[in-house]
Design a protein around this ligand. Structure first.
Ligand code: NIG
Ligand code: FE
Length: 419
């Protein structure tokens, strides 16, 4: 049993996921303490009370360090091979992301590299990113496939996620994203590829999953709903087929154009709708009236040097659930740090540091159906939390570009990252 004590600001987010303007209720304990037993939090309270109650526990003094829940990153494309620095330079010279994609680059460039990569190579390239994210305080991360787009490579990506989840420190939550782009075999035939996904790829993925992951919950299914990729009716077909097979749903909606994806996500009961840059006032109302979490990815417009961001304050005013994620991927935003995402969210989404932190922990846990287990510091939850190198949690958003995490506690084990 370990007792962490003398915590100047212990941010618990103890009252569950936070809807609308409730976002940012810190549940702060001053001079706080946490008792862990194995992987689980046993008690949370004030230092004096817990020192009296648990005199037999090993003690760790966290004086001068604010403590917050481990970050949950609910949207990444973690598994890929290769590098697209050349496209970054092309964009700086004036080409747009969608122009590069239409010319066979973009996701398709990564597809070529990923199809060639062995399972070991995929795992090793992704491990470096997963380890970097962990050192920046992400203790749970969603990870998508979507760079294979044939059954064999997509399943190899899923296998890489399962393997990394088993042996990296971070916990991974899988998403199948065969609907990330139209692969070369179906060029110009999005209807044909949609049919292939619904009739062959999704059923095959479900069978594979049951053979390889046993009782574990089926992966999420996600679709890139965008003009020139999957139109709204194709998106509806794919998500409806996935839902009928029992997959929980996610959606890339309104990244570059508004096709009505956010409303579709709400209508189909998707767990989250992500990106939401071009979302209309009407879509915001529908989304906010549902249980679907709005996931904003401010690293993406930043990475693309665009000036438009998610209308986050409107989502909150409409009483929606808001979460943040990195979108870590080789095309639009290669960034592993949820600290940087919080810094961006305060500046461009106009969130307070407390709101950005809640959207990176308890609400992002809801965006991957894990808010019963992680995302807050409460008795009974997994012992995943961070000790910062500062007594004031607001430094997390105020400062940026470095690492303010001193210690990561993951399932009750302590990993120091002293800088
Ligand atoms: O979320 N928009 C689609 N997918 C990614 C980009 C993937 C890539 O360019 O490799 C995104 O931004
Ligand atoms: Fe994405």
């Amino acid at each position: 049993m370990i007792l962490f004590h003398n915590i100047p600001q212990l941010i618990t987010f103890a009252s569950g996921s936070q809807r609308g303007l409730r976002l940012g209720e810190l549940g702060m304990v001053e001079n706080g303490a946490i008792v862990c037993e194995g992987e689980i939090i046993l008690a949370v309270g004030e230092t004096d009370a817990l020192l009296n109650q648990f005199p037999q526990a090993d003690r760790i003094d966290l004086a001068g360090r604010a403590v917050v829940p481990g970050f949950v990153d609910p949207h990444t494309h973690l598994i890929w091979a290769g590098n697209r620095a050349n496209e970054f330079e092309m964009r700086l010279q004036g080409k747009t992301y969608m122009e590069i994609m239409a010319a066979g680059g973009g996701i398709l460039a990564t597809l070529t590299a990923t199809r060639k990569a062995s399972l070991d190579q995929l795992v090793e390239e992704a491990r470096r990113r997963a380890d970097a994210a962990f050192s920046f305080g992400t203790t749970t991360m969603e990870a998508k496939t979507g760079y294979g787009l044939d059954i064999e490579t997509e399943l190899r990506q899923l296998e890489a996620i399962l393997e990394l989840d088993r042996d990296a420190l971070i916990d991974l939550v899988p998403t199948y994203m065969g609907a990330h782009a139209i692969p070369p075999e179906f060029k110009g035939d999005s209807a044909g590829y949609t049919r292939f996904l619904c009739e062959e790829a999704l059923p095959a993925t479900k069978i594979w999953w049951q053979q390889h992951a046993g009782e574990r919950q089926l992966p999420f299914v996600d679709v890139f709903c965008e003009a020139g990729v999957f139109e709204i009716e194709e998106t509806r077909e794919i998500l409806t087929a996935a839902k009928a097979l029992g997959f929980p749903l996610k959606l890339h909606a309104d990244e570059f154009e508004n096709l009505g994806g956010a409303s579709l996500a709400a209508e189909l009961g998707a767990v989250s709708a992500d990106h939401l840059v071009k979302t209309s006032a009407e879509d915001i109302q529908r989304l906010a009236a549902s249980e679907t979490v709005a996931v904003s990815l401010p690293g993406t417009p930043f990475g693309l040097a665009q000036s438009e961001y998610t209308p986050a304050r409107q989502i909150l005013a409409a009483d929606g659930y808001l979460a943040l994620a990195t979108d870590l991927n080789p095309g639009t935003t290669w960034n592993e740090s949820m600290q940087f995402i919080q810094a961006l969210a305060c500046r461009y989404l106009k969130l307070t540091p407390a709101q950005a932190l809640a959207a990176s922990t308890i609400n992002s846990a809801k965006a991957i159906l894990l808010d019963h287990k992680v995302g807050s510091i409460e008795a009974g939850k997994q012992a995943d939390f961070l000790a910062l190198n500062t007594p004031d949690y607001r430094n997390l958003s105020y400062r940026y570009g470095g690492n303010q995490v001193d210690l990561v506690v993951k399932k009750g084990e302590i990993y120091p990252f002293a800088f």
